[in-house]
Design a protein around this ligand. Structure first.
Ligand code: CAA
Length: 395
């Protein structure tokens, strides 16, 4: 199947590009430097519909497809990855999970506010001793009859300080292993929820990453998502789509650094001609362009499979693996092309290089993506497209 981007998808990409250039770019260096949470920018993203893009209009969302979402993520990630991770977690991990597996009451109560950005959500899976090994949950939720009693600590929680709602994975029956894990909707102003200090990070510095402590938090029974024991599968299925979001973030980082590098290389002269005319630089640009195009095709293929309701687990992991490695490689080269200027904040590429690193770590490290892909390879469950979906090659 071959398709071109339709009018709506092109318009979404243009709107995201304009928003990123006009609203995000002006303060991005200062926010990064001072670790300032982008309160106003997140409010604007909600108003423009970027925080619940794929949610049905019935619940206040944009009713858009995953292709539109990755296009918007790419544009926003060219400029501000603190904003794009806030957007990715709210869209892919929180809203998608609630809309797909929540009850009608849960959707009315929570999704309607999360989809519009009135509330921001967080996805609480990682723990001090359960990162890649996500089945080893130590957080517990004891069934007390009319409610669950939640206790434990989660860390590296994106939107940890700004969120009103957490989706918290917890062990309800340790004897059952991963089948004893459930996911609960927790409101952050409930008694017993406390937020640790904001992490001082290498990249995505203005997003708010926190440790969260739950101490005897009473969670109503109706706030469990899905059947008893569904929590680990909920987390895995939700992360499957989340990885497409992070892949598009990585793609945006690479594409942003590449665009800056092309412009700089055409303008900067050395030895009597623009450095772009020197083969040493021209070949770097050629490699960047090729790898970014390959990453874009993988990201769009994964998004397309999701939109077709086909299995996208391996495709999402491949997209994230390749796009995040491309982001790291491209941004290192972008700094090199910029020389000394690349090493200072004003030229943006050093920030993109720092932001790139996290895309190889969160929502499953590159090693975990290889594990997911190789398991599917060995099970013979790899999707082999009959015809590759080709979107627009125009950037
Ligand atoms: N869909 C549905 N079910 C799945 C699944 C999927 N994609 N992947 C696994 N499962 C099911 C398995 O079928 C199995 O169930 P059964 O026993 O009933 O068959 C169960 O889950 C356990 O699976 P495994 O035996 O494969 O478990 P494992 O321990 O060997 O490995 C893993 C699982 C893939 C390594 C998983 O632990 C994993 O993905 N780890 C990485 C965690 C991660 O990505 N964390 C990111 C944190 S969130 C974040 O970063 C958000 C943020 O703030 C930015």
């Amino acid at each position: 199947m071959i398709f071109q981007l339709n009018e709506e998808q092109l318009a979404v990409r243009e709107a995201a590009r304009e928003f990123a250039q006009n609203e995000l770019k002006p303060g991005v260096i200062e926010r990064d430097s001072k670790m300032t949470y982008p309160t106003e920018q997140v409010r604007q993203m909600g108003e423009l519909g970027f925080l619940g893009m794929m949610v049905s209009p019935e619940y206040g969302g944009g009713g858009m497809d995953t292709i539109s979402y990755v296009l918007a993520m790419e544009e926003i990630s060219k400029i501000d990855n603190s904003c794009s991770v806030i957007m990715s977690v709210n869209n892919s991990l929180v809203c998608w999970g609630l809309e797909t597996y929540g009850t009608e009451e849960q959707k009315q109560k929570y999704l309607t506010k999360l989809a519009t950005g009135e509330w921001i959500g967080a996805f609480c899976l990682s723990e001090p001793e359960a990162g890649s090994d996500a089945t080893s949950q130590r957080t517990t939720a004891i069934d007390m009859g009319d409610h669950y009693l939640l206790n434990g600590t989660k860390n590296w929680i994106t939107n940890g300080g700004s969120s009103k709602v957490h989706l918290v994975m917890a062990q309800t029956d340790a004897d059952k292993g991963h089948r004893g894990i459930n996911c609960f909707i927790v409101e952050t102003d409930w008694d017993g929820v406390s937020v640790g200090a904001k992490e001082d990070k290498l990249g995505i510095r203005s997003s708010d990453t926190h440790t969260i402590m739950y101490s005897d938090v009473k969670v109503p029974k109706e706030n469990r998502i899905g059947e008893d024991g569904f929590g680990f599968k909920f987390a895995m299925k939700t992360l499957g789509g989340g990885r497409i979001g992070i892949a598009s973030q990585a793609l945006g980082i690479a594409a942003g650094a590449y665009e800056l590098s092309v412009a700089y290389a055409k303008e900067r002269e050395a030895f009597g001609k623009p450095i772009a005319k020197h083969q040493a630089i021209a070949f770097k640009l050629a490699d960047m362009a090729t790898e970014i195009e390959a990453a874009r095709l993988l990201v769009h293929q994964a998004a397309w499979l999701k939109d077709q309701h086909l299995d996208y687990t391996s495709a999402g992991s491949m997209a994230k693996l390749f796009a995040s490695e491309t982001a790291m490689k491209t941004t290192v080269e972008a700094v090199q092309i910029h020389g000394g200027y690349g090493f200072v904040k004003e030229y943006h590429v050093e920030r993109l290089m720092r932001d790139a690193k996290i895309t190889q770590i969160y929502e499953g490290t590159s090693e975990i993506q290889r594990l997911v892909i190789s398991r599917n390879v060995l099970k013979g469950q790899l999707y082999v497209p009959k015809v590759i979906p080709v979107t627009s090659l125009a950037h």
